[in-house]
Every structure is written in C-alpha cells, then in structure tokens.
Design a protein. Structure first.
Length: 137
C-alpha cells in the first residue's frame, strides 16, 4: 500500500485529504514542522503533499530540510497552496508538481497516483484538467 505524508497546518484540509486518500487505498500520515521532517525520514512515504504557507517552519524550509537529508532527498513532493504565485514559487523549489487551492479532487488524485507505486503511468507529466473543485480549500 502506497504511503502519503500530508504536511499542512489546516486541520480541515488534512482531515479531507486523509479521508479521501484512505478511501482510495493509501496509508496516510500528517505532521508539521520538524516533526514532519523526522516522520518523512522514519516512515519513508512514497509522496509528500506539502503546503507552502504555514506558521513556524514553512513549506519551503521543510522542503530544503527534506532535500538535505539522505533518506528524504529524493522523495517526490507536490506543493499545495492558495498563494497567488504558487506556480512560480513551486517552479523555483525543485518539486514534482503544484496544486493550487482550492484544488480539484480529480487533479489531486491524478498527481498522487502519478507518484505512488499503485499508478502504472509514467511520472512527470501534469494531470489532465478536470472540473471537480473543492471550493474554499
């Protein structure tokens, strides 16, 4: 079973993603800050969903710490954010993808499947546009 680590300070988003991904057959954990970096090293998720703007250690700082550790340096990271310039920020961060909030459920699942072992397609290409948006996230 593929593992997904959610790093986001919005409890509602974490709960929603946990329910959605668990229903799809993924093992899901969540954490913040230094605990998230430690959990990623210990648990070795197949994919990290990382929010950019968080209190304390923000998404960019967490990404830098993950990339600096041998055990987590190559883990795929998908950035999630409501920031206006999220796509530009993510391009500069060395991550596999970006999801703007509010996000589309199908797009999110496409990204997750692209970077987890249960998906048989090729990695790297962005998922197709869909229309199932979660408003307010």
């Amino acid at each position: 079973m593929a593992r997904v680590l959610i790093i986001d300070d919005d409890d509602d988003i974490v709960d929603l993603l946990r329910r959605l991904l668990t229903q799809e057959g993924y093992q899901v954990q969540s954490a913040l800050g230094h605990a998230a970096v430690a959990l990623a090293a210990d648990w070795q998720p197949d994919l990290i969903l990382l929010d950019l703007m968080m209190e304390g250690l923000d998404g960019e700082a967490i990404k830098r710490r993950l990339r600096a550790q041998g055990r987590t340096a190559d883990l795929p990271i998908i950035v999630m954010s409501a920031a206006q310039a999220v796509h530009e920020i993510a391009r500069q961060m060395d991550v596999q993808g970006v999801i703007a909030k509010p996000f589309d459920i199908n797009e999110l699942l496409d990204w997750v499947q692209r970077y987890t072992p249960v998906y048989s397609g090729g990695a790297g290409a962005p998922p197709a546009e869909t229309g199932n948006t979660l408003g307010g996230l």
